[in-house]
Design a protein around this ligand. Structure first.
Ligand SMILES: [Zn+2]
Ligand SMILES: [Zn+2]
Length: 181
């Protein structure tokens, strides 16, 4: 894995460091080797962030966009989608002493830790990618999905089930008609 994602905190200038990162599916495959999910294919990730330092605390703020292949939750076809989001992290050096206090504080303030002089952005980016993956992905907002009766993909074909489908509200009207006859 490339070392370009390791930031030496000593070299972060007063005005902060702009960090741009763009990788394709090949890099991401390597990055996600350990993650036990096979329901998506990562195609591209773009990250733009600013890294600033205040004494020993490091702040990372930025945006991420992820292009991925994933099954549409309505029509089940492969969908190519682009998801975007913002993120921010606060990292402080690990302090072995008073560990319990630090842990409690960290939980409250959502702080992460770094040790030594290097911050590795890889786990942060991997985490953000996972967080961006939608629970119910759609190939398009207008996806018509599958016919609940015959399974035809309504985006590309039509079926004859529609005439047999009776809305419960219409069913009531149907009964009324029958009585009148
Ligand atoms: Zn769809
Ligand atoms: Zn049908």
């Amino acid at each position: 894995m490339s070392n370009s994602l390791k930031i030496n905190v000593v070299t972060i200038p007063e005005e902060g460091l702009n960090f741009n990162f763009s990788e394709d599916g090949k890099w991401l495959e390597e990055c996600f080797q350990d993650i036990d999910r096979n329901d998506f294919i990562l195609r591209k990730v773009d990250v733009q962030c600013k890294i600033t330092k205040a004494s020993s605390a490091i702040y990372i703020q930025g945006g991420i966009s992820v292009r991925l292949g994933i099954g549409c939750s309505r029509c089940l076809e492969d969908a190519n989608i682009l998801v975007e989001g913002d993120f921010s992290y606060t990292l402080v050096p690990v302090k072995p002493e008073k560990e319990e206090d630090v842990e409690l504080q960290a939980e409250e303030l959502e702080i992460s830790y770094y040790s030594g002089d290097l911050i590795d952005l890889t786990p942060i980016i991997c985490e953000q990618i996972i967080l961006q993956i939608p629970i119910k992905p759609l190939c398009s907002e207008e996806c018509k999905g599958l016919c609940p009766q015959c399974g035809t993909n309504m985006n590309v074909a039509s079926c004859n089930c529609r005439s047999e489908f009776v809305d419960p509200r219409l069913a009531v009207l149907k009964n009324i008609k029958i009585k009148n006859n």
